[in-house]
Design a protein around this ligand. Sequence first.
Ligand code: PHE
Length: 468
Amino acid sequence: MNSDTHVSNRWSSRYAYVLAATGAAVGLGNIWKFPYIMGENGGGAFVFVYLLCVLFIGIPIMMAEVVIGKRGRSTPANAVALVAKESGHSSHWSIIGSMGVLAGFLILSFYIVIAGWAAAYVFYAGSGEFSAAAADPATNAEVIGNLFGDLVSSIPKLLAWTTITMAAVIYVISKGVKGGLETAVTYLMPALFILLVGIMLYSAVVGDFAAAFSFMFDIDFSKLTIEGVLVALGHAFFTLSLASGVMMVYGAYLPEGVSIAKTSIMIAIADTVVALIAGLAIYPIVFAHGLEPSAGPGLLFQSLPIAFGSMPMGDFFGTLFFIMILFAAFTSAIALLEASAAYLEERQKLSRVKAAIIAGVVIWIFSLGTVFSLAGTEWAQINFGFMGDNIFAMFDYLTTNILMPLGGLLISIFAGWVMKSDVVKKEFNLAQWQFTLVMVLLRYIAPLGILFVFANSVGILDFIKQST
Ligand code: PHE
């Protein structure tokens, strides 16, 4: 193996790795995205399919990515190429790594804009907007709705918040991922969790918890479309930070002797629990105030501020909550920029600071597509057919519903069929039956599952049925 492509960075411990990877996984995907896509896709049946995808497809693919990163000890494209060569196969498999880095790059271009919303909301909560809106219960939901509408339709505001947030992410990456991040994650992740549980309990008391619970857990397949199944599959990848270069890069920094299976399961459980709690915190408010579950990307920002407005010390808790969301988004954005920056650093031999700034600035330029889409500017409203009708919708669709599942398909095939099985076995270090189980998932269940969803959602199966 080529030694100058190797990374020498390591997480300081198993604990540091789990925290950083959980920080990457838990983010806007759990608190902002999951609740609204669940609302758009019919609730319980969507949740059910999403859980199946996490369990049978997401966890094994996360394990595969970490093994590839660790075995290759370099950034995604090189790691895959090295591992492929080691198993006697073509280094063209590196396309898997490059595709992931591209997906991560595009994701960060819209993710950073939404993180900017969270930053704006720290400020709104702190300046008492929520409690002021709650002064008149008759207009509360409307005033909160307008607050959100004003933010997303204002180009200067969106630009300002996006730019500040991106600058902060670039700063952290230019300093290197470890150090400060590890300590911050240690305290803030548990704090976010406790706060979220507190808000859920409060929502349960003041909102319509029964309606929320049955919306999320009553499984009615007639409400789920095949498109919804694809969204659930794509979200499993998005929320676990898979097929985006991130888990391969974090795997490359993994110290020896850490159980990849155990840590992957822990990360997936923490991530899923946060998403479900976020849903249970938001939906009681949505139903009690007659908001629409299918309200789209604004759902979180139009529902929880109503709860904070009426809560004792609501401005304080609201501020705290949005600080934590911002932080959760931040640890994910950092992981995403790390994937692009490490790639430039290694491939173009740039210094870390230069790599962070160049990757960050290019992503910031791409983020303008989302800013102008939201604000309704004409040039960003392009009809991309089934991928949506503006740049933001298209980037989201392209990454979550196409690039990530496709990347996941290739990763599972690579780890299941291309890599030498004794290498995989040695790295997983599992009991025989456990190893067999993981391999069945990687070889058959994950690839066939992904292909099945793809084939159905693009109508290939209909086509075959019709022509036979
Ligand atoms: N998993 C993150 C979230 O749910 C988003 C993300 C995707 C982060 C891909 C890194 C890579 O918010």
